[in-house]
Design a protein around this ligand. Structure first.
Ligand SMILES: CC(=O)NCCS(=O)(=O)O
Length: 349
């Protein structure tokens, strides 16, 4: 049995899961996303390199990955601190910070933010998508990768003694690369030994989540303790969604607040609106998946902060919860999603 059994591990140490409260299971508080820069359309070069200001916020909203400045959330610690205080005032308790190796995890900042604001923060172990893997990562065996991940949970990451409390977000592309598959197998091995929660970023294809679950299962992973992120931009067909749901992972709708006409990473995809996300949650509840749903905003660029006219970390609590209630969900179901499911997932076995 893990020494962490029955506990949640935050950046301030292990804690009683009952203290978490309303939890956003997929956010970033400090990271860089330059690896996912998308060149601006011809004619947009000037606005793409201009400083962020009111007159280009609409452009930025539609083209968030085409401004290098927008990809540096790591420069906004003061704004994030203010937002976390606002999140607490809105009734929020905890945030799972999904920044892993490859997108500039900064555990010292996370620990300080938690001390300053009283928000419980759980940090993520492991590796983001292949394009951010270092040569050293690519050369590692599954056993070596497993040791790295275990060490980040048991002893601390990035040369600190600050410990991660989940594995992930583990980044997968579509199709998955060999290096990503090794990381996935290492994730499963570490999970078996530690009894810990896992969270996956799937590639942008409806077949990706099930393929990931298959590989995790083959490597001994605990699907019941695994979150599949970003379903809002991955599985659109309801029949396919139910097929996937049967596999038993948590089903995360974590792009609340993202309403964009052209999804820059895959122009074939029509990104749903928040109203459509709520409709999908209602559908999953009706189909009996009340114990499997999780929600978040996955804030990872500057323009989504309230400082830049974005929705911020309190959008779900302030706007989406009332919408859920107005669409027939009960307070009990909302609490199940925001409190009980996240608590169960985050508690070490
Ligand atoms: C930080 C991160 O990976 N966000 C996910 C963006 S995506 O558009 O859902 O892939």
């Amino acid at each position: 049995m893990s020494p962490l059994s029955g506990k949640v591990q935050t950046v301030l140490g292990p804690m009683d899961p009952n203290q978490l409260g309303r939890t956003l299971t997929h956010e970033h508080l400090s990271m860089t996303f330059e690896s996912c820069y998308v060149a601006p359309l011809p004619g947009d070069e000037d606005v793409a390199t201009a400083p962020i200001e009111m007159k280009n916020l609409h452009w930025l909203h539609q083209n968030p990955y085409s401004s290098q400045e927008n990809l540096l959330l790591c420069q906004e610690t003061e704004a994030v601190r203010e937002e976390l205080l606002s999140f607490r005032r809105a009734g929020g308790g905890a945030i799972v910070e999904n920044t892993t190796t490859g997108i500039s995890r900064n555990l010292g900042i996370l620990q300080q933010l938690s001390k300053d604001t009283g928000v419980h923060i759980v940090a993520g172990a492991g590796f983001y998508v292949d394009q951010t893997h270092s040569d050293q990562t690519r050369k590692m065996s599954v056993e070596q990768l497993t040791d790295v991940i275990k060490n980040e949970v048991l002893h601390g990451a990035d040369g600190t003694d600050i410990r991660c409390g989940v594995i992930g977000e583990i980044g997968m592309s579509w199709p998955m690369t060999e290096s990503e598959k090794k990381v996935l197998r290492a994730t499963a091995s570490a999970q078996v030994e530690l009894g810990c929660p896992v969270i996956i970023h799937p590639g942008r294809n409806p077949a990706a989540p099930a393929e990931i679950v298959r590989i995790l299962q083959e490597a001994g992973g605990d699907i019941d303790k695994t979150v599949m992120s970003h379903l809002d931009r991955t599985i659109f067909d309801r029949r396919e969604l139910l097929e996937f749901a049967k596999l038993g992972s948590y089903l995360e709708y974590d792009l609340f607040g993202t309403e964009v006409l052209n999804y820059p990473f895959n122009l074939e995809i029509d990104m749903p609106s928040d109203s459509q996300r709520v409709e999908t949650l209602a559908f999953l509840l009706q189909e009996g998946y009340e114990d499997r749903i999780l929600v978040a905003h996955d804030i990872h660029t500057k323009n989504r902060l309230t400082k830049y006219g974005g929705h911020g970390y309190s959008h779900i609590l302030r706007n989406i919860v009332p919408k859920m209630l107005s669409r027939g969900m009960s307070q009990g179901q909302v609490d199940r999603i925001l409190i009980e499911n996240s608590r169960r997932w985050l508690t070490f076995k």
